[in-house]
Design a protein around this ligand. Structure first.
Ligand code: HEC
Length: 150
């Protein structure tokens, strides 16, 4: 009897341990999303038009990982058309608030949720963008984002 119970517990333990591994980034990513991004883009990812744009089915989310990392680091401002609607607001940059790991995790999270399908992002991508745009202090404009070349 004890043997059965202990092997059952062992199996539960194995399941928990194996479930933990691959989802580490998504656990952290969801946590970052639900503490930072959700306030504007909403838990649904649908935003609050015409003030906050949706990140659901977003070209910016599934596009260049470098560009998305740069957007989260420095923010975006000024007129921007998303899903056919014009926004003219400011998204604050998170470079002082979030580590490379946290930004990579939230990128992976938004790229695999809200109707977006794009591969996971490694923290090294964020670290490289942070270094490359070290000198830049202002948010990106739509023109810059549209003309992005990695
Ligand atoms: C304080 C509100 C706010 C927060 C917090 C915020 N955003 Fe934004 N975000 C905006 C606004 C406003 C815009 C549009 C900026 C403009 O009008 O130029 C935007 C634009 C975007 C865009 C490009 C347009 C689109 O909808 O696809 C992406 C991608 C994005 N945000 C992702 C994020 C992620 C990921 C986070 C969390 C790390 C985040 N944002 C946090 C307000 C916010």
């Amino acid at each position: 009897m004890t043997k059965i119970i202990s092997s059952a517990l062992f199996l539960v333990f194995i399941r928990m341990a194996s479930a933990q591994e691959p989802s580490d980034q998504s656990v952290l990513g969801k946590q970052v999303y639900m503490t930072v991004c959700f306030a504007c883009h909403q838990p649904t990812g649908l935003g609050l038009p015409p003030v906050f744009p949706p990140i659901a089915s977003s070209e910016y989310v599934v596009g260049s990982p470098e560009r998305l990392a740069a957007m989260i680091l420095k923010g975006n401002a000024g007129p921007m058309t998303v899903d056919g609607k014009l926004y003219n607001n400011v998204m604050p940059g998170q470079e002082a608030m979030l580590t490379d790991d946290k930004i990579a995790a939230v990128m992976t999270y938004v790229r695999s949720n809200f109707n977006n399908k794009a591969p996971a992002v490694d923290a090294s991508v964020v670290a490289a963008a942070r270094k490359k745009f070290e000198e830049r202090k202002t948010p990106w404009t739509e023109a810059e984002l549209k003309a992005w070349k990695e």
